[in-house]
Design a protein around this ligand. Structure first.
Ligand code: PEP
Ligand code: MN
Length: 354
């Protein structure tokens, strides 16, 4: 941590600063340049309390941290050697595609089974299907726990690993105990720290991967990465970060597309990045282009809302789901682009690897 751009403090101020840092077991070094003085605090970078105490002094403008505030998620962490798989695919090597409807319709399981077969045919590696849904309107369909059985039956039928979103502890326990392969923590819960902590605890020791969506209001990348740190801190490093668009929206799209943060995330953390072009642009006709852009930006995978008959779907599907034939085309094209973007990505990741 450094305190930059201050003129030399008075001896009394320096003494006060030294006393505070000493309380935290940190050494204060004074680096005196010809134009300015920098105070360097050498030690544990992550003590928020120390930063707050120092920034609270009326003669200190700000404290800059040099190390990242996250320890587990940093590229420098040995966890960067950890491999995360989806089925027989390896994130970081293969472009991994998760596909399926926004929402499983518990009244029509056949539609979900047919979609599951079709996305597998199209080349998807995992099957998504919303059991419980975060809906803006409390009177809209909220999902149904019965759909969990439908999701698992579809896995049985088509042999793809399955992913579904959980929004609270009860759903988390039901989904994990039922044996889902992957959990989604949605954009609305990306800042729900008690849920993130609970997810970390629950998946510890289990072969479950968590896909964490970027919060709709998350402006800072570190905020996103730190949310992931909560989960990994539970003991299971099978974590994927998922940009899915943010607010404010870009004119005409559902959210502000943010696949472009992929290389920035890659430079900071080892976590694989799976982009959601569906919620980002929010309209089926734009989804393939957004998916290809994500592949060009170096995404390790895509999660694409897909329905065999979008008009017959519920939740986001009538507006945003692509059909399996569109999915098949975009997977082929995205895999080609993914192969090409690898070499540019390596310039970012190799430089920073341990
Ligand atoms: C979804 O995947 O259907 C969903 C609700 O996602 P998000 O949390 O990104 O809105
Ligand atoms: Mn959706």
């Amino acid at each position: 941590m450094i305190i930059p751009r201050v003129n030399r403090l008075t001896p009394e101020q320096e003494a006060e600063l030294k006393a505070i840092t000493a309380e935290f077991g940190i050494t204060l070094r004074v680096i005196q340049g010809d134009q300015r003085t920098v105070y360097a605090m050498v030690g544990d970078e992550t003590s928020e309390l120390l930063i707050n105490r120092v920034e609270g002094l009326d003669y200190i403008e700000r404290v800059d941290t040099i190390q990242a505030p996250y320890k587990l998620m940093a590229r420098e962490n040995p966890l960067s050697q950890h491999t995360i798989r989806v089925g027989d695919k390896v994130l970081g090597r293969d472009l991994v595609v998760l596909a399926g409807p926004c929402t499983i319709d518990p009244k029509n399981p056949g539609l979900f089974f047919d979609t599951a077969h079709a996305v597998k045919e199209a080349g998807a590696d995992g099957l998504r299907g919303g059991v419980w849904k975060p809906r803006t309107n409390p009177h809209s369909f909220q999902g149904d726990a019965k759909s969990l059985d439908i999701l698992l039956e579809a896995r049985q039928k088509v042999g793809l690993p399955v992913i579904t979103e959980v929004m609270d502890e009860e759903q988390l326990n039901l989904a994990v105990d039922a044996g889902v392969d992957m959990l989604q923590i949605g954009a609305r819960n990306a800042l729900n720290y008690s849920l993130l902590r609970e997810v970390g605890r629950k998946v510890n020791g289990k072969p479950i991967t968590v896909l964490l969506k970027r919060g709709i209001h998350m402006g800072q990348l570190d905020e996103f990465i730190l949310a992931g740190e909560y989960i990994v801190a539970g003991g299971n490093p099978n974590l994927i970060l998922c940009p899915r668009g943010t607010l404010p929206t870009m004119d005409g799209y559902r959210n502000h597309p943010d696949e472009s943060i992929t290389p920035l995330l890659k430079a900071k953390t080892w976590a694989p990045v799976v982009v959601d072009p569906s919620h980002s642009v929010g309209k089926a006709v734009y989804v393939p282009l957004a998916a290809l852009a994500a592949a060009a930006y170096g995404a390790d995978g895509l999660i694409v809302e897909t329905h065999i008959n979008p008009k017959a779907g519920i939740g986001d599907d009538p507006k945003q789901a692509v059909t399996p034939d569109v999915l098949a085309g975009l997977i082929q094209d995205a895999r080609r682009i993914h192969g090409q973007s690898r070499k540019y990505l390596e310039q970012i990741t190799l430089k920073k690897s341990p």
